[in-house]
Design a protein. Structure first.
Length: 237
């Protein structure tokens, strides 16, 4: 695998011009987010485009729209999508989520995001990486306002975050009437602390599905659950 690209079983992601490279967070979100048969999907913060393309593979009837504020990332994600088997169903727009939401009224069956979440952390000299990691450009309050605007009563919003930030976002979503419908607690191995949480939210109330997912076993091998989840995507499986 070259550092400039990441090969999946059905598509290839070039990510040399994006601040955030293909990583475990995006791959997990792409493999887990959503249920049923969504026809209209929005991704907030496209990056390299990997999440949208995994969703396109999983949901063959879906039309996918993505917004990406960084122009270089948007250009590369668009190229990645156009070179994939699902280019005709994917459209990425070079705009902020706030600007995108200010003049549109359509609703989405599924909204997904791997959002920037650092608030008061020391920043690097790389402005693009800062934008991808720090939520100055998309504070949680504005994320929630936009998500609420674009959801139907039975639509779903799925997001991946570290535990502390998920707690913060969940409180804001709950205040807007959105309920948790799914929880995935992600650990590096069973004995480690939770690294990430993937939550699904909706306006309707239902019993919460909760899973615990370890990426590796204690011996360092990929876990059966992780391998099963990503066997349709990653070449290593």
């Amino acid at each position: 695998m070259s550092s400039a690209l990441f090969r999946f079983k059905q598509f290839t992601i070039h990510h040399d011009r994006t601040a955030m490279k293909v990583g475990t967070d995006g791959v997990l979100l792409g493999a887990i987010a959503g249920s049923g048969n969504p026809r209209n999907i929005l991704e907030i913060g496209v990056g390299s485009g990997v999440v949208s393309m995994m969703l396109a593979q999983r949901f063959p009837m879906a039309k996918i729209t993505g917004v990406e504020i960084d122009r270089d990332a948007w250009n590369q994600a668009t190229e990645n999508a156009q070179n994939s088997p699902w280019g005709q169903r994917i459209e990425f727009l070079n705009t902020s989520f706030q600007d995108y939401g200010s003049n549109r009224s359509e609703k989405f069956d599924l909204i997904v995001s791997n959002p920037p979440y650092f608030t008061n952390h020391l920043k690097s000299k790389d402005s693009k990486r800062n934008m991808a990691l720090h939520n100055d450009a998309l504070p949680f309050t504005e994320l929630v306002v936009g998500v609420q605007r674009f959801l139907n009563p039975e639509s779903e919003f799925w997001v991946i975050l570290p535990p502390d930030q998920m707690t913060e976002l969940q409180k804001k979503l709950s205040s807007s009437g959105l309920n948790i419908i799914f929880k995935a607690n992600v650990k590096d191995s069973p004995s480690k602390n939770i690294l990430r949480m993937i939550y699904g939210f909706s306006f309707f109330n239902q019993s919460v599905i909760e899973i615990n997912l370890s990426i590796k076993e204690e011996d360092g091998k990929f876990s059966d659950d992780y391998s099963e989840l990503l066997k349709e995507f990653l070449i290593v499986f």
